[in-house]
Design a binder for this molecule. Sequence first.
Ligand SMILES: NC(=O)c1ccc[n+]([C@@H]2O[C@H](COP(=O)([O-])OP(=O)(O)OC[C@H]3O[C@@H](n4cnc5c(N)ncnc54)[C@H](O)[C@@H]3O)[C@@H](O)[C@H]2O)c1
Length: 336
Amino acid sequence: MSELRIAVLGVGVMGADHVARITSQISGARVAVVNDYLAEKAEQVVASVPGARVAGDPLDAIAADDVDAVLLATPGPTHEKQLLACLEHRKPVLCEKPLTTDVDTSLEMVRREAELETPLIQVGFMRRFDPEYQQLKALIDGGELGRPLVMHCVHRNPAVPPGFDSSMVVKDSLVHEVDVTRFLLGEEIASVQIIRPTPNSAAPAGLLDPQIAIFRTQSGRHVDVEVFVTTGVGYEVRTEVVGERGSATIGLDVGLIHKSSPGRWGGQITPGFRERFGLAYDIEVQRWVDAVRSGVNVNGPTAWDGYAAAAVCAAGVRSLETGETVAVELADRMDG
Ligand SMILES: NC(=O)c1ccc[n+]([C@@H]2O[C@H](COP(=O)([O-])OP(=O)(O)OC[C@H]3O[C@@H](n4cnc5c(N)ncnc54)[C@H](O)[C@@H]3O)[C@@H](O)[C@H]2O)c1
């Protein structure tokens, strides 16, 4: 295939970044069409992309003959309809998380894609492409830590936008740790409990922040996560895996620390997710472009991964209400 012609739908924070990324850094692809609910936003973005045009309707953009693939960066509630259109027109799609906003529609998406017998949907869990997570995964898979038994994760943001509520801490923030757990440990999460410590007095009224999540995996491994999204400090995402023969930590701004040998750390705190994961987004999009051009279409988190994350988060939201441990219900796999 010659240059991949991509339609970018939704050019807010993520979509505008992806347009700039594809235009200036990604090889083998170009932005052909831009769509946004706010037409003036689309016009503004397209002005910096030679040869691209604005489409007034997202479904027209997906169906267009001058579009080979779609990058979906619209808000979660619009994903279902736009993903169904991508499947209908057999257009490969890189969909920013979430796949959809609830478990039933996520599972339906897995079903619809499976019926087509060709993978088309990749979900934007970009941490899988981050060099530190890649290194940690390689260390685990290479057996150097021995069998991983416990994982400790921290997910801290300085602030959240207005309207961010307690269930969004689970569905928008914790969801990344859900995917990281499934990616690093290579198994499903069987149950989740959300513990609610004394809320931060600086958090908006009613927001339960911080939250502590406890996952138990199907084989019985333990993962705890501190999600604290109103620290007022900076963006801190770190993961420590403790195995039978050592431990390893990432996310301290000093690369991977493998504690079978002495490590040191120090330095600055990253201000935001774009600085921390910029390289991961670059690698994610380049690998997706390469996969679509080679006909494989997906080289990363699948629709199933999006569905599994939704199922864990739904259990998490139930636990947030009751404080009880809630079992995760997963359908049988149908994606081969
Ligand atoms: N992977 C990550 O780390 C990460 C980080 C932030 C956001 N996200 C995800 O990316 C997506 C976009 O988030 P954002 O922060 O860029 O949001 P945003 O609000 O900044 O941008 C969304 C854009 O979509 C437009 N829009 C709304 N409805 C539309 C529709 N029906 N069709 C076309 N355009 C529409 C809006 O006008 C806006 O410009 C969300 O799914 C979010 O969860 C992922």
